[in-house]
Write a protein that binds this ligand. Sequence first.
Ligand code: GTP
Ligand code: MG
Length: 196
Amino acid sequence: MEVHNVELTISAVQPSQYPEGDLPEIAFVGRSNVGKSSLTNTLINRKAFARTSSQPGKTQTLNFYKVEEQVYFVDVPGYGYAKVSKKEREKWGQMIEKYLSERPQLKGVVSLVDARHAPSEEDIAMYNWLTYFNIPVLVVATKADKISRGKWNKAESVIKNSLDFEPEISDFEMFSSETKFGKTDVWDWIEARMAD
Ligand code: GTP
Ligand code: MG
């Protein structure tokens, strides 16, 4: 999709604040600092629309970005940020679970993992949870620019093996917000979900 028009519709913490209407929604999940906001910015051709930071845990609300009046991108706060209190983590978990399991407009989830490492326990838990609820998942291995091209295949198999990857319900893509590698394929997946 050629994107010209994006607006941050709402930063929501509870369902009553989710946008009205029936536009399809695509959510972006992953560990804090993995690159969710950067991926979102790449897809919408902006440098810093979705807030990116070197300060992990910055995105704390569900941010709904309306793209070309056709789809919402939902930037989900990152999990696994150690400095967040247990109570805050529980609140986060409830908010995310509620959104992901009860939102009819949600057509798919882009689940980001770091291309350089095996998925964390939380990455694996998130993947299992999404596939359990039959939510189509695109696993995006990001920061691919940080490993040499010769190691991409190995990185892909490490990630797929750790996740117990289920090709019937999920897809995989290497990505870099530095080089924009993978941008078109991620968009293709999103557009296919929007049409579902
Ligand atoms: P939270 O909002 O805290 O959950 O983080 P996030 O997942 O939105 O991460 P964000 O997009 O803010 O990126 C975190 C840091 O990683 C920033 O310094 C980005 O510039 C950097 N980064 C993100 N994607 C890439 C990438 O593909 N390649 C490289 N080299 N750096 C990246
Ligand atoms: Mg973010």
